[in-house]
Design a protein around this ligand. Sequence first.
Ligand code: 5GP
Ligand code: MN
Length: 357
Amino acid sequence: MFLSLNLFFIFKFLKYLPLKQKYKHTVKEFKQLIESSDSILLATHVNADGDAIGTSLALAMVLKKLGKKVNVVVPNDFPEFLRWLPGNDLISVYFKEEKKVRSLVKSAQLLVCLDFNDPDRLAKAEKDILAFNGKKVLIDHHPNPKQFTDLTISDTGLGSAAELLFYVLREMNYDHLIDKDIAEALYVGIMTDTGNFNFASSYPEVWETVAELIKLGICKDEIYARVYDNFSVDRMKLMGYCLNEKMTIIPGSKAAYISLSLEEMKKFNHQPGDTEGFVNLPFSIRGVKLSALFLEKNDKIKVSLRSRGDFSVNDFSANHFRGGGHKNAAGGEWDKPMDEAIKRFVMLLEEYKNELS
Ligand code: 5GP
Ligand code: MN
């Protein structure tokens, strides 16, 4: 009897393990801020991905159920394969609706930033969004969050901000509000940020969380298909072109890169999100440990970096490409022309030869 009672408590404790003591207190304060605000604005990072959109919409839907006026701001357009998510109509794109966003910032009483650790991830929307003069809260899982909010709820041990939000909602006793729509949004965040559970998900709690979401009625196979089997013919052809003509494996190293110019992307009718995942393609090659994707933008080169194992692309990106991210998934930028950015990358590999061998 005693043994089973003890096991019960250990099990319960284990389920709450990811919600570290250090931010339990902060979650309480977050709940008080929610309770005292009628109008809440959520903001996520530039080039929003599945975690950014999933986490934002999940929180937005919970707050709606609490009777709040809620809006979500993203700096620029986000991929078509995320548009089916419930709550999409709550999103405003700063790039297209600057004036509306400025008025949302003015009328909000609380600002919640999701899935980014540095205000510069708001890109051109940074100034207008951070002009907000009420309380700001951050919910994130990137290393070393900058102190730009009044409250920071951060857990770098988790594969996604969506998973963190799930624990935060549970801690706030809002878990009874999580319905199938909210569970779908949370699942999209968890699934996409773990590369469909291929990385950053080798711990039991994430699977327990997924089990909870499935119990709420989501069909994970259907969600997979909506996100990953939803590309255009042009996108598939662009991927083939990258593999066939644009992928370079650096001789004598375990690194590879792919680059795409604006002209090449235009030729394949590039839409936001079309190059998502391309940076991972070289990892199917035996031995590859570091991969980079260089995309030409109007004013710069956007760099995506991924690694397998101990090599930290977060540090690499912060030190050499004005960026950041996670240990195995990071991004940054460099100046044009493309050749120079690639030359810099290849040259740096020489410096990191030992770490990459
Ligand atoms: P992606 O390569 O998919 O754009 O981004 C991968 C990871 O790196 C994400 O966690 C993203 O937040 C981060 N990241 C991407 N670009 C930048 C950047 O320019 N600056 C910083 N600090 N992080 C970035
Ligand atoms: Mn994330």
